[in-house]
Ligand binder design. Structure first.
Ligand SMILES: [Zn+2]
Length: 218
């Protein structure tokens, strides 16, 4: 959850109710700091979102598999206006808002825990039918691959998301331990640094890239 001046707080919610309670709790904390200001909420969530009703239709990485009326429930609880949209759509809107040179046609690809994207075509967000546009992370690229959070197998994000790459790196590090290198402390910066040190020949983030780096600790 991004709050105020780029603060970042992690919410690990096991249920939709826990998620709503956590968001409401954060809001109340900021409300106490700025009691004379109306604080509405704009929330970007991953997965399929209906921006009109403000319902999260599917959230593949969450433990629950049912739609959640996030906008309605938070507005009821907090008495404010809540806007809800897909996180990648919000990234694309931010690009249009913050970058005057942004083209009328572009695509935002977000690679973090999962992989998502958003398409801007003729200056408008392309939402697709059922608001499913941009869910490229769940394109099956290996039918015999590992299980994905969405319930299928071999989705793109099981191979190429940041969490998948870190998992692969940790497995590799455990198989070929190097003194002073604890696989459990692997950070995103370390992984990206390893990729950079791997050079062009290893730009595929493959085992060789990690091998070169982890065998020669710096
Ligand atoms: Zn999937």
């Amino acid at each position: 959850m991004a709050v105020g001046d780029w603060q970042h707080e992690v919410i690990n919610a096991a249920t939709p109710e826990a998620l709503l309670t956590a968001v409401a709790s954060h809001w109340r904390r900021w409300r106490q700091r700025y009691p004379d200001t109306t604080i509405n909420l704009a929330l970007g969530v991953h997965g399929q979102v209906d921006p009109i009703t403000g319902a999260s239709k599917t959230m593949p990485q969450a433990p629950w598999k049912t739609p959640v009326e996030i906008k309605y429930l938070l507005e009821e609880r907090l008495g404010i206006q809540v806007r809800l949209d897909n996180d990648c759509v919000m990234l694309a809107l931010a690009e249009k808002w913050q970058n005057p040179a942004a083209n009328a046609d572009f695509c935002v690809i977000n690679v973090d825990y999962g992989i998502g994207s958003s398409f801007v075509i003729h200056d408008n967000i392309w939402r697709g039918s059922l608001y499913g546009s941009g869910q490229i992370g769940h394109t099956i690229i290996n039918p015999d691959g590992i299980a994905c959070d969405c319930g299928r197998y071999g989705c793109l994000e099981t191979v190429a998301s940041l969490s998948a790459l870190k998992k692969q790196a940790r497995v590799w590090m455990k198989a070929q331990p190097v003194p002073g290198r604890d696989p459990e402390t692997l950070t995103t910066d370390m992984l990206i640094d390893a990729w950079r040190k791997g050079g062009r020949a290893h730009s595929g983030m493959g085992g060789t890239c990690r091998q070169r780096y982890w065998l020669k600790p710096v």
